[in-house]
Design a protein. Structure first.
Length: 224
């Protein structure tokens, strides 16, 4: 059973999600929260697997709550799905940096919500190549970091092949697409991605994209 906490300051939205998820056999809503501080507390007490987290909440917002969950060793197994009103939410990038496993728009189709919860609870990457490309589009619109702001040292432990795979992940390619580009098997690519996550201490594919950008391995908007 996947244990889910609903964090949104609007009771009507929480109620809607609760009703939607109540008929799913392998998902149980174990708590609700109306602000970020409460979300962290409820996630801990309810032993949640997934928190559906709104960004804009009073007091402690969803960004800070996500950061607190991501940095709390006792909550290492908790995955955060950010709920946004629009796909181009200006805070999505920061949420991913803070440890979110991905994001959903609030009017997402019920089957997509259920699928996302299952994927994240299983520890897999939530972001599809299409969503990854939207993240990249957001990065492209931002000012490029200066050399002083880049952190190439974070990738020091990666092999040359892992860096090649990471560059393709950051380009929004799926494992099958990366396999075709680098002449590897999809299983080998999956293994490289898994090892990179372990080495870099990240939870999912989205954070790999962020690190590839922040390290300077890839430059959004550059030719090719």
């Amino acid at each position: 059973m996947i244990r889910v906490v609903l964090a949104d300051d609007q009771a009507l939205i929480r109620a809607g999600f609760r009703v939607l998820l109540s008929g799913i056999d392998d998902i149980e809503v174990v708590g609700e929260a109306s602000d970020g501080a409460q979300a962290v507390d409820v996630a801990r007490k309810a032993r949640a697997d997934v928190v559906l987290m709104d960004i804009r909440m009073p007091g402690v917002d969803g960004l800070e709550a996500t950061r607190r969950i991501g940095q709390d060793e006792d909550l290492a197994g908790v995955r955060v799905l950010i709920l946004t009103t629009y796909e181009a939410d200006e805070y999505v990038y920061q949420a991913l940096r803070n440890g979110a496993s991905g994001f959903l728009v609030k009017d997402t189709e019920p089957e997509d919500l259920v699928h996302a919860i299952r994927v994240v609870a299983a520890g897999d990457a939530l972001l599809s190549p299409g969503i990854t490309r939207r993240l990249i589009a957001d990065l492209v619109s931002r000012p490029r970091p200066s050399q002083a702001q880049l952190r190439p040292q974070v990738l020091a432990g990666l092999t040359g092949r892992e860096r090649e795979v990471l560059a393709q992940v950051a380009a929004g390619l799926s494992n099958d697409e990366i396999a075709a580009v680098l002449y590897l098997s999809p299983l080998t690519v999956k293994t490289h991605v898994s090892r990179m996550m372990t080495k870099l201490g990240v939870r999912d594919r989205a954070q790999l994209v962020v690190l590839a950008y922040e390290s300077g391995l890839v430059v959004p908007g550059a030719a090719g």
